[in-house]
Design a binder for this molecule. Structure first.
Ligand code: ADP
Length: 621
């Protein structure tokens, strides 16, 4: 039986393992992908309309390119579109078209003039392939620009889905705010972006985005999208220009063959969203002022620890249905928490807390199951031992008790001669001593099985033990005219508990007599060799078959033929014999043939008695 302290330690170790596995597995790319998928799922489930959009897209789509002269004429129709917007006075125009090379002078000039008329516009810039400088827009276009913003909207390296963008990108030593952020600043008429290492602030809107992490911002994609009007549509219906009034206008190419910056987003399904639209959504996120914040790693680790602790406490202090009910509650809470947090704007990973919940609940549950089972087994064991005790008392002890009762009755009833009286008194004395010995043996075996008793370790001669037992069974054997023959044993010394060994051998002998017919023989043989003593009791009795031999040492087991023959027994004796022999580091061997007889052998560690030749096979016949 494990001690409670070790049990507690094992339990704590199990919970710690569950915690560590949950936290470390939460860092793998597999779990990150699951967290990403859960994020997208929750996004689609919980993010609802963000009110009236503050932005609008002015797009160059396939139809525009087809009708207005293709990519070559881009700057021309772009200039024309911007000119038509001037009257509507959009608050700010963000251009997501790289204007880095000079093209046709007249066209560039027209575009420059159109830009100059806008109340405010932002130009894009991207990192040069060498990664050391910014690719700047042409100076003529830049001249009137209120800002230049970066257009880094990168896909997640794991699944190529875009969920956010860095509000700040530093190339070389030059820092650029995101195009969307600059657009928002101009839209809000803020002069600057105020920054601290943890957050940035634009016109009273504070965005928690740490400088150390590259100031990331999760985009709250509007499920209903951002309104869009193409350059062609604007040309065909100039009255559409009114829709751009007071809005932030994002201008970009969305035609499949030209827009290389298309990405998947949580709301875009299997299709991809053009970069300009992503920037418009980022702007809407900033303008809406409701940001998603990613939970800190320490919070995740803490949550895992709380969950594991919860499971541990539930299964340690509660039992049965209560333990399982609280575990179910814990699991439900672990499943629900990321959803509730998401609705409150906090993005919490699902994998690590769920792994912590399931692992700790399963681990603690299984642990509890085994502890309960062990307790049940112990109770069963105690019950069986109790039954055994009752059987022992009722059957085994009845014989000496009857003898004592009978003898004392004779003494009190009849007028007996001194000789007879002395004889009966002696019988009473002998039987009561036997009873006393039996009780002692019984208690010893009980304590031995319960592990409460140290076996006595005293040396004694095998010969003496055999003689005593044979002597004790002789009168039993005589009643059935059975000859008990014990060959003189070799000089062997056994070590152990003499009383218990006597009980064991006596049991084998009484069984041999009990399960044999009249006029048969019972032989006791002793062999010694290689430090092992074999004491064999052979009878010519009813025997048993091989399958019965296997079960003979089970408590309360009795063979069919023994029951059929009507021989009284409890099926306890042999189980005690085996326990005694095992406690002496020995073993039992049984050979038997139905109807022919049985041979029971106690194989015990021994040494040759002083004077005898050591380690030589001595057979006594
Ligand atoms: P009991 O004799 O009280 O039934 P034991 O544990 O001593 O209990 O023996 C268990 C069973 O083993 C007996 O009931 C009997 O069926 C069988 N058995 C034991 N010894 C012998 C034997 N020498 N010959 C045949 N069967 C035996």
């Amino acid at each position: 039986m494990r001690s409670p302290a070790r049990q507690r330690l094992g339990y704590v170790a199990l919970l710690c393992a569950a915690f560590l596995v949950a936290v470390t597995s939460g860092l793998t790319s597999f779990s990150t992908q699951i967290d990403n998928d859960a994020y997208d799922w929750m996004f689609r489930a919980y993010v609802r309309g963000g009110g009236e959009p503050r932005s609008i897209l002015l797009t160059v789509d396939e139809a525009t390119l087809l009708e207005l002269g293709g990519q070559r004429r881009l700057r021309a129709f772009l200039a024309e579109a911007l000119e038509s917007l001037v009257a509507a006075r959009p608050r700010v125009v963000a251009i997501d078209i790289a204007l880095v090379d000079a093209e046709d002078e007249t066209l560039d000039g027209r575009l420059e003039a159109a830009l100059a008329q806008l109340p405010a516009y932002v130009l894009p810039s991207d990192e040069m392939p060498d990664g050391r400088t910014w690719q700047e827009p042409l100076a003529r276009f830049r001249r009137h620009a209120k800002a230049v913003g970066h257009v880094h909207a990168l896909p997640d390296p794991l699944d190529s889905v875009n969920r956010g963008l860095p509000l700040e990108v530093i190339v070389g030593r030059d820092r650029r705010w995101a195009l969307a952020l600059e657009t928002f600043r101009l839209y809000s008429s803020a002069a600057t972006v105020t920054e601290s290492p943890e957050d940035i602030e634009v016109a009273g809107t504070v965005i928690l985005a740490g400088r150390a992490e590259g100031r990331p911002m999760l985009i709250r994609y509007r499920p209903e999208g951002v309104p869009r009007i193409s350059v062609l549509e604007l040309k065909q219906k100039p009255e559409l220009a009114e829709r751009f009034r007071d809005r932030a206008v994002f201008v970009g190419v969305v035609a499949q063959n030209m827009a290389r910056d298309r990405l998947m987003t949580p709301t875009s399904g299997s299709s991809q969203m053009p970069g300009v639209e992503i920037h418009a959504h980022a702007f809407e996120t900033l303008a809406g002022g409701a940001f998603f914040g990613k939970a800190q790693m320490t919070a995740v680790v803490l949550a895992c620890a709380v969950i594991v602790l919860g499971a541990g406490v539930s299964f340690w202090y509660l039992n049965g249905v209560r333990a399982y009910a609280s575990a179910a509650l814990l699991l439900a809470a672990a499943h629900a928490a990321p959803h509730l947090l998401f609705r409150g704007g906090v993005v919490f990973p699902v994998f690590a807390p769920l792994a912590a919940a399931w692992l700790s609940v399963a681990g603690a549950g299984v642990w509890k199951h085994f502890v309960v089972r062990r307790q049940l087994e112990k109770t069963e064991d105690d019950r069986a031992r109790y039954q055994q005790a009752i059987h022992f008392v009722t059957h085994e002890m009845r014989t000496p008790l009857t003898a004592i009762q009978g003898s004392s009755e004779i003494m009190s009833r009849y007028n007996l001669s001194d000789e007879k009286r002395k004889q009966i008194a002696q019988t009473i004395h002998q039987e009561s001593r036997r009873l006393g010995r039996m009780i002692q043996t019984f208690l010893d075996v009980e304590r031995l099985t319960a592990g409460q008793m140290e076996l006595k370790r005293e040396p004694f001669e095998a010969g003496g033990l055999i003689d005593q037992c044979v002597e004790r069974v002789r009168h039993l054997a005589e009643r059935k005219r059975i000859v008990v023959e014990a060959a003189p044993p070799p000089a062997v010394t056994l070590t152990g508990d003499h009383e218990l060994m006597e009980y064991a051998l006596y049991n084998l002998l009484t069984n041999a007599i009990k399960y044999s017919g009249e006029d048969t023989r019972v032989e006791v043989r002793t062999q010694y060799g290689d430090g092992v003593c074999r004491i064999t009791v052979t009878d010519q009795g009813i025997g048993m078959d091989a399958s019965e031999v296997k079960q003979i040492f089970r408590k309360f087991y009795r063979t069919k033929s023994a029951v059929a023959a009507g021989i009284v027994g409890t099926g306890i004796g042999l189980s005690i014999v085996e326990q005694i022999v095992t406690a002496h580091e020995g073993r039992m061997e049984v050979e038997s043939t139905p109807g022919k007889g049985s041979r029971f052998t106690m194989v015990l560690p021994a040494r040759a008695a002083a004077g005898a030749a050591p380690d030589r096979m001595v057979v006594s016949q």
